[in-house]
Design a protein around this ligand. Sequence first.
Ligand code: ATP
Ligand code: MG
Length: 156
Amino acid sequence: NEYQLDEFFNSILAQFEMQFAADTLELTIEAKASDGYLRADKQRILQVMENVVNNARRYIDDKTGKIEIKVEQADTAFLLVSIKDNGRGIAEEDLPYVFDQFYRGEKSRSRQFGGTGLGLSISKYIIDAHGGKMWIESRLGQGTTVHFTLPVFLKP
Ligand code: ATP
Ligand code: MG
């Protein structure tokens, strides 16, 4: 389906705002207005963002936790979505594997957090299928930022 970008993200972001309203966690949303369009499966993109936000939620501290969602135009052809948290981060040696199926960082420790290790691999698959890219930056003890891009276009 084809969507105007603002229309596409406004409803998704409103949903996250509602989820966080009753929470002590801090959520910041920054979405730049755009006149672009995208072709996407909205349910799937929402699934990706939920995956990533739920990961962030799982690995941040309930009292000092902050999550920041940013939607911006990377260049004329791509939109960039970044989801940043100030949680415990991912060890450098785990980072290359987080998109692998069933990979879970620090196995014994992360078992207490639940999950199957499929979230990020499915998310990356969905973003790839949309013609975008997905990658992750993280520092142990400082936090994690997940980025993905989606192709956008302008209407004549
Ligand atoms: P599932 O998503 O299937 O419930 P999961 O969250 O463990 O399980 P992924 O979403 O694929 O699986 O994440 C893989 C691993 O990457 C996690 O187990 C965790 O170790 C690490 N990870 C992902 N996101 C974060 C984050 N925001 N902060 C710290 N570690 C993370
Ligand atoms: Mg997950």
